[in-house]
Design a protein around this ligand. Structure first.
Ligand code: SF4
Length: 250
C-alpha cells in the first residue's frame, strides 16, 4: 500500500464514532523520507475545518518550537494518533485509539522514520505500549519528555504537545529546551570519530545501545562529552552515563 492509498482510506474512514462528528479526517503530511516522525494526539478545530495538520495557533507554536530544534516542517513527517477531531476537546476513548492507530502503524511502516516523536500524554502512552517500553502512571509522564529511548531499529523521543504552550505560556523555556533535543539528534557527537567508545564497540566489547543512545543520539547528555567540553580528565573506561567499566581495557 502506498501512502496516498492509505490517506484515501483515512479520508473515508468510518472505523469509529468520531467519523460522525468530524468535518475532515486529517491525514499525516510532510517529508516522506523524514528522519523524525512527530505524532500528535488528534486534530483541533482549525485542523478539522481545513483538513490539514497543525494550522492556526497550534501550527505557529509548532513552527517556533521546530525552529528551536533546527528543523522546519518540510524536513519532518507529522501525523496524529487519532485522525478525526475529538468533540469539545474531550479525551480519546480506548476503542477510538484502537480503531485509529491502525493508520499510524501503517504510516510508521511506510515512512520508516529513525526517530518517533510522540507529542503529549496519549501519543506517548500509545507508543510506549506498542513497543513494550514502559508502563507509567499519568503523573510520571512529564519525566520522560526530552529523554531518548531505544527499541530495535528505532529511537523514541517523547516531547510535550505544542498546544500545551497555548494554555501554559510559563512552560516556554522548559519546552524550548526539550525541543532543542531535535537539533542534538540531527547529528552525531563531534567526538565520536576519536572516542574510545567507538573503538570498544568496533572491537565487540561494547553494546550498541551506548552508541545509539549517546554517540548517535543524545550526546549532549553524555558525561564523557560534557567532561570533554570542560577539558576535564576522564578515563577511557568511563561509559557515557559516567559509570566505570574497567573490563573494557582488560
Ligand atoms: S561516548 Fe560520549 S563523547 Fe564519546 S562519542 Fe559518544 S557521545 Fe560523544
Amino acid at each position: 500500500m502506498s501512502i496516498s492509498d492509505l490517506n484515501n482510506k483515512v479520508r473515508q474512514c468510518r472505523r469509529c464514532r468520531l467519523s460522525l462528528t468530524r468535518n475532515n479526517a486529517v491525514c499525516g503530511e510532510g517529508n516522506l523520507n523524514a528522519r523524525f516522525m512527530l505524532i500528535a494526539q488528534a486534530p483541533g478545530e482549525k485542523e478539522d475545518e481545513e483538513g490539514r495538520m497543525f494550522v492556526g495557533p497550534s501550527g505557529k507554536v509548532l513552527d517556533e518550537l521546530l525552529s528551536e530544534g533546527g528543523l522546519t516542517r518540510h524536513e519532518i513527517y507529522m501525523t496524529n494518533l487519532i485522525k478525526c477531531t475529538l468533540p469539545k476537546y474531550r479525551r480519546p476513548k480506548q476503542d477510538e485509539i484502537e480503531a485509529c492507530s491502525y493508520y499510524l502503524i501503517k504510516e510508521i511502516e511506510l515512512i520508516n522514520p529513525k526517530i518517533l516523536v510522540p507529542l503529549g500524554y496519549y501519543a506517548t502512552k500509545y507508543i510506549f505500549q506498542r513497543y513494550n517500553l514502559l508502563v507509567l502512571p499519568r503523573s510520571d509522564f512529564r519525566s520522560v519528555y526530552g529523554k531518548l529511548f531505544l527499541i530495535d531499529d528505532k529511537k523514541i523521543l517523547p516531547l510535550p504537545h505544542p498546544t500545551a504552550l497555548l494554555y501554559s505560556p510559563d512552560f516556554k523555556q522548559d519546552m524550548v529546551r526539550k525541543y532543542r533535543k531535535l537539533r542534538v539528534l540531527s547529528k552525531d557527537c563531534e567526538w565520536f570519530p576519536v572516542c574510545p567508545m567507538r573503538r570498544f564497540y568496533q572491537e565487540g566489547k561494547l553494546d550498541k545501545k551506548w552508541i545509539e543512545l549517546y554517540c548517535k543520539g543524545d550526546w549532549e547528555s553524555c558525561v564523557r562529552y560534557q567532561m570533554e567540553e570542560r577539558g576535564e580528565y576522564h578515563p577511557d573506561w568511563m561509559l557515557p552515563d559516567g559509570s566505570l567499566a574497567r573490563e573494557l581495557v582488560r
